[in-house]
Design a protein around this ligand. Structure first.
Ligand code: TYD
Length: 203
């Protein structure tokens, strides 16, 4: 049985974490070995990043990139690599495309940030599901979830609009852009259909 390396990306409020869990459960139910991972992680760098996301005075963008890469290095060594070596399918909630799209808003280009990540030896995924919603939709969902006035550092409409455009600019043959505006089940149908095709083509 083939093992895949699947990544979900999307702006905050896109619903990608829900889709990630749905695909994880779908794969687990087929009896295949699968691991659900998320970045930022719950490790030391991830914890530092989460407090950064709550602060109103973020460090310079280069420092942000370095922190996310340190967190990703731990994730790679401790989780991603061991899974790949054991033939376990990985489903990831965010990967280095988030690094490129979010930190790529402030001067350093998304392509440069991708290059920095590839230089570290992080593997390319078999598929990236980009759950695409308009920044307005995302903000409405975030405010519904958190209450107004409780948004994190990156949860601003104009900023998310730029992040979305950055993600779309990265879309190559690995990416599948999926409309994230309809209800969860409808969005998941597109994810599932593609995943089934992907597995068939790699067997
Ligand atoms: P998110 O997936 O929203 O985590 P949670 O659902 O647990 O809050 O990720 C948190 C934030 O981190 C999100 O705003 C995107 C940002 N981020 C980056 O800016 N760069 C990165 O490399 C990664 C992995 C995340």
């Amino acid at each position: 049985m083939s093992a895949e390396f699947i990544v979900f990306e999307g702006i905050d409020g896109s619903g990608k974490s829900t889709q990630c869990r749905m695909l994880y459960e779908f794969i687990a139910n087929t009896g295949k070995k699968v691991k659900l991972l998320a970045e930022p992680t719950g490790g030391p760098w991830g914890t530092e990043l989460r407090s950064m996301l709550k602060s109103s005075t973020p460090p310079p963008v280069m420092t942000q990139i370095e922190l996310f890469i340190k967190d990703r290095m731990d994730d790679y060594e401790q989780n991603i690599k061991p899974c790949m070596e054991r033939g376990i399918t990985v489903v990831m909630d965010r990967y280095f495309y988030s690094n490129a799209a979010y930190q790529g808003v402030s001067g350093i280009t998304p392509a440069e940030i991708i290059a920095m990540n590839l230089q570290k030896g992080f593997p390319l995924p078999s598929r990236v599901y980009f759950i695409d919603v308009k920044a307005e939709t995302a903000m409405e969902r975030i405010i519904k979830r958190n209450g107004s006035g409780k948004t994190e550092l990156f949860e601003k409409r104009e900023f998310l609009e730029s992040v979305r455009n950055n993600f779309l600019s990265l879309a190559d043959e690995r990416f599948l852009v999926i409309n994230g505006e309809p209800k969860e089940k409808t969005v998941f149908e597109s994810v599932k259909n593609d995943y089934i095709k992907l597995v068939k083509s790699s067997n």
